[in-house]
Design a protein. Structure first.
Length: 234
DNA sequence: GCGACAG
DNA sequence: ATCTTGTCGC
């Protein structure tokens, strides 16, 4: 059945908490498929104050990182941004774009946390569970957990923990740049997630799948929100 | 009460 | 997330 219909999306935060707790125990930690040959990057963009969301998925070959396919989608949301509930705002449009994919993908990178979340269900885990797809969360900032700064070299990392449990890793993808927050989304293990993120890093701090998805979705948004009269509904 | 708080 | 030029550092 359609992953978008797995549960209600237009819910209160109290209901969202129940859904998150329910889906969190469906998250599986297990080895990634081997070999990984196809990686997707997924990202969302929108105009300030707008609830019209745009999504892009960029599919790359691995380890070459050549673009194989790009899919875009746009969709209205009613869920406001709230820390801890990002997926209730952004996941539906991502699922819609994913449904348009022709390629089969082995793994997806998402912008945000996986299990490094107060209830263990960041957007990467939420999307991973609904699609039953291996996913990794790559956040640009921390949502949950504690850590000490890793060394300054590319590849240096430290544990992201909560109450003694390792939830993810704080990873330095390039020398002397701010870290990225890596956690498994679904059907992955942290050590492999860290290694794959590093192997997807080229000239930028953000690994290629997520970085290219961000570029693609911004271009898509700029092309499709010009002339739309609902984009600045303040 | 205070500080934290993905995108 | 988005709005933005120049500018500091490798």
């Amino acid at each position: 059945m359609n992953p978008l219909s797995a549960h209600a999306w237009d819910v209160s935060t109290a209901e969202a908490v129940i859904i998150q707790n329910d889906l969190a125990h469906k998250v599986r930690t297990e080895p990634l498929p081997s070999p990984v040959r196809v990686i997707a990057g997924m990202d969302v963009s929108y105009n300030r104050f707008s609830d019209l969301l745009f999504a892009s998925i960029v599919v790359l070959s691995f380890p070459e990182l050549e673009v194989l396919e790009i899919q875009n989608a746009s969709r209205q949301t009613h869920f406001p941004y709230q820390s801890g509930f990002l997926s209730f705002r952004e996941a539906p449009v991502l699922l819609e774009a994913f449904g348009q994919l022709r390629q089969k993908v082995d793994l997806a990178f998402l912008d945000g946390q996986g299990i490094a979340h107060p209830r263990g269900l960041g957007i990467a885990s939420h999307v991973g569970v609904l699609l039953d797809l291996p996913t990794i969360g790559v956040g640009k900032s921390k949502l949950f957990g504690q850590y000490t700064d890793p060394g300054p070299e590319a590849g240096d990392w430290s544990d992201l923990t909560y109450k003694g449990k390792i939830l993810g890793a704080v990873l330095r993808t390039k020398r002397n740049v701010s870290c990225v927050y890596v956690s498994i989304g679904h059907r992955a293990v942290l050590a492999s997630a860290i290694e794959l993120v590093m192997r997807c890093v080229r000239k930028h701090r953000i690994p290629e799948p997520t970085r290219l998805a961000h570029e693609a979705v911004n271009q898509f948004r700029r092309e499709h929100s010009a002339g739309d009269s609902q984009e600045d509904a303040s």
